[in-house]
Ligand binder design. Structure first.
Ligand code: PTJ
Length: 262
């Protein structure tokens, strides 16, 4: 697949593995070229979060599971990056919720939509929606092309690895938005109803497990989880964690004496 041997003993094996997956996605016509740079931005933030799921992401994931289960019509929106990184997990979550997966692309092409649909079907997806004439008002990019059976009808939309305008437009339509974004400063992260600041590859298994476990809970219990959730607080905690990690790293690697001398 990659044209070189990736050894599991490589200290950055996981990181290289996911890069290879996305590069393969470009070759298959699933991921956009720009998706590779978007992934790089995510990786940089992941470093700052020590490449682990932090307590604020866990809290956001629990709130997201509660919201998805309380929703009348949740829709899971997938793009080129999430298809390569988490298609199987999207399909599992969709099955637990009985929800459709809607393909929505920024770097739009009919060919890419078809390739993604084929990929999802091969992995067992049953309810796949494509743009069918539905329009997201006030969005100029191709993301405005949505499905009448999907985002148009949805009360909650799951939009991981997103680029900004759509979240605002969906919120303006009174829908709830759940995102996954390693960058707590992004427009999407800051305007979503629930922001999981974590890597999609770590988040999805936790979200699936939590949603499955919460299926047994009452609506009252789920609502209480949501009522106690504060997205602004979660974003602040993510930024403070990055600051704390940077402070610790700067103390470990360079002494202040040295900094003062340069
Ligand atoms: O497939 P398309 O055409 O719909 O395009 C998809 C991309 C991702 C290229 C498009 O949505 C885009 O340009 O997104 P942005 O504006 O780069 O935003 C993506 C956000 O996801 C950034 O804030 C990244 O930090 C973040 N991100 C990247 N990789 C991951 C991630 N967050 C969580 N997990 C990741 N693996």
């Amino acid at each position: 697949m990659t044209g070189y041997h990736l050894s599991k003993s490589h200290p950055r094996y996981k990181s290289l593995y996911y890069r290879d997956l996305l590069a393969d996605g470009v070759k298959r016509g699933v991921t956009s070229l720009q998706g590779l740079t978007a992934h790089g931005r995510g990786e940089a933030f992941d470093y700052l979060l020590e490449e682990k799921t932090c307590h604020f992401a866990q809290k956001a994931t629990e709130a997201a599971a509660s919201l998805l289960l309380l929703s009348d019509y949740p829709v899971l929106s997938i793009n080129g990056n999430t298809t390569m990184l988490a298609a199987k997990e999207f399909i599992s979550l969709a099955k637990i919720l009985g929800a459709p997966i809607e393909i929505n692309l920024f770097h739009f092409s009919v060919k890419r939509i078809k390739q993604i649909a084929v990929h999802l079907k091969k992995l067992g997806a049953t309810k796949i929606l494509l743009p069918d004439g539905g329009i997201l008002p006030k969005v100029e990019s191709a993301r405005r092309m949505i499905s009448k059976e999907g985002q148009v009808k949805a009360d909650t939309v799951f939009v991981p690895l997103e680029d900004g305008d759509r979240t605002g437009a969906l919120i303006a339509m009174d829908k709830r938005v759940i995102t996954v974004d390693l960058n707590p400063l992004s427009r999407t992260a800051r305007s979503a109803t629930i922001t999981i600041v974590d890597n999609i590859v770590r988040t999805m298994p936790i979200l699936i497990e939590t949603t499955d476990a919460y299926k047994k809970k009452s609506d009252k219990w789920l609502q209480a989880k949501l009522d106690n959730y504060d997205n602004q607080l979660v974003l602040s905690e993510a930024i403070l964690t990055i600051r704390k990690n940077l402070t610790a790293l700067s103390k470990h690697s360079v002494s202040y004496d040295k900094i003062n001398r340069t």
